[in-house]
Ligand binder design. Structure first.
Ligand SMILES: N[C@@H](CCC(=O)N[C@@H](CS)C(=O)NCC(=O)O)C(=O)O
Length: 228
C-alpha cells in the first residue's frame, strides 16, 4: 500500500470530507494540520505541497493530489464501489462526477459567499452575502426534496456525496443566516450522515489532530452542528 499523508484543517474545512472518505474505505494515512486561520496555507513550505494554498491535499508516495474531487475519485479507484454506488454505465459514472463537481464548484462556492463574503469583495459584503444566501436557499430546496423520506442522495445507498452535502450545509448553517427549521428532511439527513461510524471516527480523529496542533477556534468558528 502506498504511503499517504493528508493535509487538512480539522473539523471546519472541506478536508473533513476527504478524512471521512479515507476512513470509510480503510486507508491508513498520516494527518498534517495546516492552520488556515493563521495563513500557514500561504507559507512557502505549504505552497510547495499545494501551489494554490488550499486544503485538502493528499500526498501519495511523495506525489501530490489536490482538489477534493480528485482526491475522492483517487480513493474510489483504489477501493472501488465503497464511496459511491457502483456505476454500471458511462452515464451513471458521469452523473456521479457531476454531483461531486456540483458540491465543490457550485455548493461550496455559494456557501463561501455566505460564510466568507469578505473573500469576494474589498467593499461592502452585504450584496455578496445576499446572493450567496439566495443561491444556497435554492440548493437547500433541491436537497430537501431529494433526501425526503429518509433517502440518501442516491436513494437507498449512502455515498460520500451525502457527506460533502452535509459539510456544505452545516458550514452555511453555522452562520445562523439560514432558516434550518424549514428543512426537516435535511435536518434528518444531517443526523443520519453523522451517525455513520466513519463520520464519527473522522470526527474523533480530527479532534485529536486539532488538539495535537494546539488549535483554538475563535468564537466565529463555534458552529451549531445539531439542528434539534
Ligand atoms: N476547490 C478546492 C477548494 C478547497 C478550499 O477552498 N479549501 C478551503 C478550506 S474549506 C481552504 O483551504 N481555504 C484556505 C484559503 O482559502 O486561504 C477543493 O475542493 O479542494
Amino acid at each position: 500500500m502506498p504511503n499517504y499523508t493528508l493535509y487538512q484543517f480539522p473539523l471546519r474545512a472541506c478536508s473533513s470530507v476527504a478524512v471521512n472518505a479515507m476512513i470509510e474505505v480503510g486507508l491508513e494515512f498520516e494527518d498534517r494540520v495546516v492552520n488556515i486561520m493563521t495563513g500557514e496555507q500561504n507559507e512557502p513550505a505549504y505552497r510547495k505541497v499545494h501551489p494554490f494554498g488550499k486544503v485538502p491535499a493528499l500526498v501519495v508516495d511523495g506525489e501530490v493530489i489536490i482538489e477534493n474531487v480528485s482526491i475522492l475519485l483517487y480513493i474510489d479507484s483504489v477501493r472501488p464501489n465503497i464511496l459511491f454506488p457502483e456505476a454500471k454505465t458511462p452515464l451513471e459514472r458521469a452523473t456521479i462526477h457531476s454531483d461531486l463537481v456540483w458540491c465543490t464548484a457550485t455548493m461550496h462556492t455559494a456557501i463561501r459567499q455566505v460564510r466568507m463574503p469578505m473573500r469576494y469583495t474589498g467593499g461592502d459584503v452585504s450584496g455578496v452575502q445576499e446572493k450567496g444566501i439566495e443561491e444556497t436557499t435554492h440548493m437547500l430546496n433541491i436537497v430537501e426534496e431529494r433526501v425526503a423520506g429518509d433517502r440518501w442522495w442516491y436513494g437507498d445507498t449512502w455515498s460520500i456525496v451525502d457527506v460533502y452535502i452535509n459539510w456544505c450545509i452545516t458550514t452555511a448553517a453555522s452562520t445562523d443566516l439560514l432558516p434550518m427549521n424549514d428543512y426537516p428532511a435535511i435536518r434528518s439527513h444531517i443526523r443520519r450522515v453523522r451517525e455513520r461510524p466513519s463520520f464519527q471516527a473522522a470526527l474523533k480523529r480530527q479532534m485529536a489532530a486539532k488538539e495535537k496542533a494546539g488549535l483554538e477556534f475563535p468564537e466565529a468558528m463555534t458552529w451549531r452542528t445539531e439542528f434539534d
